[in-house]
Ligand binder design. Structure first.
Ligand SMILES: Cc1cc2nc3c(=O)[nH]c(=O)nc-3n(C[C@H](O)[C@H](O)[C@H](O)COP(=O)(O)OP(=O)(O)OC[C@H]3O[C@@H](n4cnc5c(N)ncnc54)[C@H](O)[C@@H]3O)c2cc1C
Length: 318
């Protein structure tokens, strides 16, 4: 993972400092505060700051119910209730701020989530480092034939070696041209004193999407959970899911009751359609249901079968 020496020194110095506070703190999250957690080949996530904990969710909810402080088990029960019934505003009382380093193509997906506050590294102001993402050979796949947005089977080792070689060559070449256009290397040293060099805001435009960028990203817990449910889903791209896995770890450390409720009622729970619910009832009453008699399209029928592991229905005569 790439953090320059100045950044590493800054983190060491921050880690020496402590402050006393009357605000709620979470020891398990404090332990990892500021420290980079690796993602992909050069990326990382650092927790920079946070506000609130599980108690803040309960406190806010009890205002609306007009009740006082309760026991831990009741707090957990209340958080489960809120999650189950999508009473979401109490979860907005908790906020967290991350420092994230991620490839530009991942950032383009990430930034579609509009409910966060973002401040990105400026490639108009500074020179982008020579850091680009190269997937692991085992993560290279052919185009899926059933999902236009997805990956199919693994590539042959011969083909993946060629792809990796092309990715590296292209990234190296564009960076060489970037420095040439700037007339500066990544440390800012002038390459040719007789040339003036192109402005940074234009020179950056030839860099490939696998170059890394960085940002500070601040979001409340409700919207963070929404983000992780969309981008942690198996339909989301592997590279963004790699980041979501780390985010989920930090959420677990920060608000363990809310995390458990989220896994139980959202991430590993299921939402089924009205027709899906009726099919389940029919099956439970011993009725034979096929795709044709189900009222579902072929695609929905497949999803339904997969959701409830009803693969014996696949071969039932239509
Ligand atoms: C697997 C996957 C594939 C995708 N493929 C594509 C694609 O091919 N092309 C593409 O363009 N996008 C694609 N997206 C992006 C997707 O359409 C959403 O833009 C993205 O997931 C953000 O979701 P969101 O709006 O719910 O989140 P947020 O922006 O975080 O918003 C959270 C919620 O706030 C509300 N909200 C926020 N802003 C507004 C607003 N301005 N108006 C109304 N309500 C608002 C909505 O209720 C929203 O659900 C894909 C996303 C996923 C997960």
């Amino acid at each position: 993972m790439s953090l320059n020496q100045a950044k590493r020194d800054e983190i060491s110095s921050i880690l020496q400092q402590t402050a006393s506070t009357r605000r709620a703190t979470v020891p398990t999250l404090e332990e990892i505060l500021y420290q980079p957690i690796s993602v992909l080949d050069h990326g990382f996530i650092r927790v920079i700051d946070y506000m609130g904990d599980d108690t803040a969710i309960v406190q806010a909810a009890r205002v609306s119910y007009g009740k006082g402080t309760k026991q831990i088990q009741q707090d957990k029960g209340l958080i489960n209730y809120l999650m189950r019934h999508r009473h979401t505003t109490p979860f907005e009382m908790c906020e967290i701020k991350y420092h994230i380093k991620l490839p530009i193509f991942v950032a383009r997906q990430w930034i579609r989530h509009r409910t966060a506050n973002v401040n990105e590294y400026s490639a108009r102001y500074s020179i982008l480092g020579k850091e680009y993402y190269i997937p692991r050979a085992e993560d290279l796949s052919v185009q899926s034939t059933t999902n236009r947005q997805g990956r199919g089977s693994a590539m042959s080792s011969e083909e993946s070696a060629k792809v990796l070689d092309l990715l590296r060559k292209d990234a190296e070449l564009v960076y060489e041209h970037y420095e040439d256009m700037l007339n500066q290397d990544q440390e800012g040293n002038i390459l040719d004193p007789n040339r003036s060099g192109l402005t940074r805001e234009l020179a950056r435009m030839n860099l490939t999407l696998n170059y890394y960028t960085e940002w500070y990203w601040k979001i409340d817990l409700h919207n963070l959970l929404h983000f992780t449910s969309l981008r942690g889903d198996p339909h989301a791209q592997y590279e963004i899911r790699a980041y979501v896995n780390i985010l989920l770890d930090t959420i677990k450390k920060w608000v363990p009751f809310a995390y458990d409720a989220f896994i139980e009622y959202r991430l590993e729970g299921a939402h089924i359609s009205r027709t899906g619910r009726l099919i389940l009832k029919r099956l439970l009453h011993g009725e034979k249901v096929t795709q044709l008699t189900s009222g579902l399209s072929q695609r929905e029928w497949k999803e339904f079968i997969t959701l409830f592991d009803l693969h014996y229905l696949e071969n039932s005569a239509s």
